[in-house]
Ligand binder design. Structure first.
Ligand code: BEZ
Length: 184
């Protein structure tokens, strides 16, 4: 099952006359930076939790055997740490295709380590998208990740790369680290 959001995202934001935009990354955008950027700063967004609740039919799984990748779920009083990149709007032509399996671009307030704030764009796969899998026990999620592989590689490498990158940023994400422990 998949829902290609490429066209939807293309029409979503008007970048006329805009030289650069902040992009907030909380998943693979933290460790797989295959796009040019003008600046890079750790940042946090408030009221969102990172969860392995989105199916991956195109990168870390297949249509018949989807893997699991992260999306953001609204969660009052929870902060999600990630990496913000200041990018040229041209970059979205590439990222909209890379993240086409159910993700839409939203505007979010971001807080940098020095307390300053900027708005950024963030890709979120909402619960109503066709590839959304939703919650499951950590052990079951870890089992699905361990068994999945797709054109971009093993699902376990996605999880382990993300956990390593978050640890390097000094983040403590109980959901990601619990899944990492099950996997190891
Ligand atoms: C991210 O790393 O911010 C991201 C996660 C899932 C889809 C698109 C982007």
């Amino acid at each position: 099952m998949s829902f290609d959001t490429t066209e939807h995202n293309r029409q979503r934001n008007c970048f006329d006359g805009v030289e650069s935009v902040w992009l907030f990354g909380y998943g693979s955008l933290i460790y797989k930076v295959d796009f040019p950027f003008l600046d890079q700063r750790p940042a946090t967004i408030e009221g969102w939790a990172r969860r392995f609740w989105q199916g991956s039919h195109d990168h870390r799984g297949t249509p018949d055997a989807p893997g699991r990748v992260v999306t953001l779920i609204e969660a009052p009083n929870v902060c999600c740490k990630g990496m913000a990149y200041r990018v040229s709007p041209d970059v979205f032509a590439h990222l909209d295709v890379r993240e086409k399996n159910g993700y839409l671009r939203f505007v979010t307030p971001m807080i940098f380590a020095d307390g300053t704030r900027e708005d950024g764009l963030v890709y979120i796969a909402t619960e109503d998208n066709a590839a959304f899998l939703g919650p499951a026990d950590d052990a079951d999620i870890a089992r699905q990740i361990a068994a999945s592989e797709g054109p971009s590689g093993r699902n376990r490498d996605y999880l382990l790369n993300l956990a390593t990158a978050l640890r390097a940023m000094g983040d403590d994400d109980p959901h990601v680290f619990a899944l990492e422990s099950y996997l190891r």
